[in-house]
Design a protein around this ligand. Structure first.
Ligand code: ZN
Ligand code: ZN
Length: 149
């Protein structure tokens, strides 16, 4: 268990309780049946998709790891479950990823004071599927795009 000092008033933070969310409850009950049905029908589910779904059931759940934080103002403490940093399914992880990406774009990529509300990156369809399944290539391309902007 860790104790992390914060500068924000921690006592005002309300932690997410994934076990109370409908999506978590549905997957907790039906995920193994879903996997079994896919196997029984000789269908294939990519390993990374199975891992993403299994990790979703751990994300933010205190039993799978947490950090204890204490408010510097009043001394109250709370625990926050570890995130599994999902990339494609968990609404919490993808929401945080979206916020982090937009912050990085505003701070490091877009020109200062540029009136940007929304941006869209469109790729030629011939390379979309290859990039979707090749994280290293996508990462290399991301670097190149940043350099060219
Ligand atoms: Zn406080
Ligand atoms: Zn998550």
């Amino acid at each position: 268990m860790l104790c992390a000092p914060l500068t924000l008033p921690t006592c005002e933070y309300k932690r997410r309780e994934p076990q109370q969310e409908v999506l978590h409850q549905v997957l907790l009950v039906h995920l193994e049946t879903f996997f079994a049905n896919i196997g029984a029908e000789s269908q294939y589910l990519p390993k990374h998709v199975e891992k993403e779904l299994r990790d979703f059931l751990k994300c933010g759940v205190l039993a799978h790891g947490f950090v204890r934080m204490r408010c510097n103002e009043c001394g109250k403490s709370l625990v926050v479950g570890f995130s599994y940093k999902g990339r494609g399914f968990c609404p919490s992880c993808t929401g945080r990823r979206m916020a982090d990406t937009s912050e990085r774009l505003v701070d490091d990529t877009f020109p200062e004071n540029a009136p940007v509300r929304q941006w869209v990156l469109s790729l030629p369809i011939q390379i979309r599927y290859r990039l979707a399944h090749d994280g290293k290539l996508l990462s290399d391309q991301g670097l190149n795009w940043r350099l060219q902007m």
